[in-house]
Design a protein around this ligand. Sequence first.
Ligand SMILES: [Mg+2]
Length: 332
Amino acid sequence: MPEVELKTLHLTTPFRIAHGASSTRQVVRIHEAGAVGEAPFVPYYGEDAEATVAWLRGVKEIMNPAPAEAPRAGRLALDLLQLDLKCRSAGVPLSSLIPATLPRREGRIPECRSFSIPTDLTSFARLVAETAKQFGVLKLKLGCGDLAFDEQIVAEARRAAPTAKLLADVNGGWSVKEAALMIPRLGRHSLELIEQPIHHAGGLEAWRELRKALPPSVTPLFADESAQTHEDVAMLKDLVEGVNVKLLKCGSFAGAITMIEEARHHGLRVLLGCMIESSIGVTAGAHLAPWADWVDLDGHLYLADDDYSGVLFDASGCVEMPDQPGIGASRR
Ligand SMILES: [Mg+2]
């Protein structure tokens, strides 16, 4: 019988985004024969951790695919365990499962570091300047409820890191009207992209309204919370320039590949993201890094007690994958 555990991980400092602040995260893990799968619980998804654990404990044949109605985090944890087992026994990394038809990038892949919504801009600017010494891509969380402060966050970051590539993630914190005002206004700070400016609850209609209100040439917009599946990607194809792909949203590694394929089919760019989770989940996702345009895989770096190690970032902030079969995460 595989061992299933619900684990609480602690953040070094509370992480604040438009959805709220948090200082702990739960993940579900499933272990079998030295292999492991993990999936995080995200506060704003409202998924039931206990029910997920109970479902995983009830799985009789661990190599059978999970039914679609199973809890999403349970499906992902089981999927990653199955792939870790399979790839370990074949002696190949998870990335070997990605079809050769999907175009991949060559060379070193810069990782993006994210900043939670600050309260004090002076210490924020110091942190940005310090981080920019290693990382050339920085992501700013906006949507604090005060549009002027949102712009100050961007202006401070730009001043503190004049040559960094800056991305903004609003996590749905603006109304359509606010987004129509802010997106052109932030143009002067040369952002590479703005992620999920409006709330996903507004559906496609809100994205259409926003596009109508914006001039044709603005900072590229990416969908995150609005793009949960490859079907969402197809529906958003004329409304955004890119999508954020995360393993948890897809519920499986193959689901993330399908989402990337769908995005490429429509000429969209891909930002590879993760949740706040341990090195197990982040490293599993990191196998997709060469197939993404932007890589935002720092979820494990917010943890005070990440008990696994896997993907690392080198001195110039580029992704370094472990040289191990399977997911490649190992217990510290
Ligand atoms: Mg996001």
